[in-house]
Design a protein around this ligand. Sequence first.
Ligand code: 2HA
Ligand code: ZN
Length: 274
Amino acid sequence: MGMLDLDIMKRYIRMCSDGWNQGWHERNGGNLTYRLTDEEVASMKPFFDAEPRPWVDMGVTGANLAGSYFISTGSGKFFRNVELDPEDSLCVVEIDDKGQCYRIRWGLVNGGRPTSEFPSHFMNHSVRVAATNGACRVIYHAHPANLIAMTYVLPLTDRDFSRALWKSATECPVVFPGGVGVVPWMVPGGADIALATCEKMKTFDAAVWAQHGLFVSGPDFDITFGLMHTIEKSAQIWILAHSTGLKELQTIEDDSLRAIARDFGVQLREEFLD
Ligand code: 2HA
Ligand code: ZN
């Protein structure tokens, strides 16, 4: 029995492989963080390093995440390699009692630090934990090509993207009734994109990063991966339809979106409907 026999590690690694197999993680693209439950932390403690590595100041604070633990992909690591060598690609980090610093307790055996987007993930975990009453555990960032392509040709507004995606596949309004937020192009890895994303994630569980990718959150791996997958599938249909060069003859009308919402018992963001 070792760290990699734990169910939570197996499911985390499977999600990394699933993302790689979808083609969303060229080179070191993308990152995944998971906030562990107390039981999961307890099951991991026997496998933690004898000596924790030094505390690192994140430059951001998430008081509601004080004392929590995360699994994270490593900065510069490739999703392609996670399954092959998890100890080199992943880490478990502990957050201090102020929610300001992290230290590595397991993994990254050849050195390194958590994803370059860790401050972004951390701040967004903080926002989503508050927004979901503690239900949010997963933050996932990937580079799905069709959605990125859409950011070159659609106005970069929450409304335009939410409507286009809802109308490109019938299950979309059920899967993300709140729609998607859109963050304009920004330098990745910094505080600015973290703050802009947090602003969106106060009310959305998905934020498009223009000319870059998608940032999603959820309570578990299935729901979070499924959200990324559904949004990208919808974007693919949008791109395919527009790539024909043919005139659009029909779409899902706004009243049909309302009918889906009614029958499936979900609340669509009303201001996005005509
Ligand atoms: O981890 O995707 O946005 C590499 C990235 C940064
Ligand atoms: Zn990225």
